[in-house]
Design a protein. Structure first.
Length: 153
């Protein structure tokens, strides 16, 4: 098997495994939150300051309609607050509510505990290799993006 065929088949296997892992109960979110809702909450939690819907969309690479749907759902659940932007009265700023911060912290702790357990079952050597290889893949991906996407900007 030549290298091109090997790497193409390997990529298909890896992407298939990543897709399968997202469907496992391990990745299902507490409190009936969707993956997108958790993403918005994580983004707001990490940012700490208020963000506009447009900023959230850019950071998460989601269109304005998708962001609006996620924010509406999170607002109904009591996890976010919307307020008028004092600098631009047409704009709305979004923050996590107190219950949103608690839910985000609980979710992050739950994810950390679960991942700790998975790595423990995998073992020290395999865990170190997994982290090293995944980190290397991210470095290569960043270099690729800079070389190929940076030219068009």
């Amino acid at each position: 098997m030549d290298d091109e065929v090997f790497f193409r088949q390997s990529a298909e296997k890896l992407l298939g495994l990543l897709m399968q892992s997202q469907k496992k109960p391990v990745h299902q979110h507490a409190r009936h939150l969707t993956v997108g809702e958790v993403g918005v909450m994580r983004c707001l939690y990490q940012h700490r300051d208020a963000m506009s819907a447009g900023e959230l969309g850019r950071v998460m690479d989601i269109g304005s309609g998708g962001v609006a749907n996620l924010l509406n759902s999170l607002e109904k659940k009591g996890y976010i607050n919307r307020m008028m932007n004092p600098a631009d009265r047409r704009g709305v700023q979004v923050t996590l509510s107190e219950s949103g911060y608690r839910a985000a912290e609980e979710k992050m702790q739950e994810t950390l505990d679960l991942t700790t357990g998975l790595l423990h079952a995998l073992g020290r050597e395999d865990s170190e290799q997994l982290i090293r290889i995944y980190g290397r893949m991210l470095e290569i991906a960043e270099q690729y993006m800079q070389q190929h996407c940076g030219e068009s900007e």
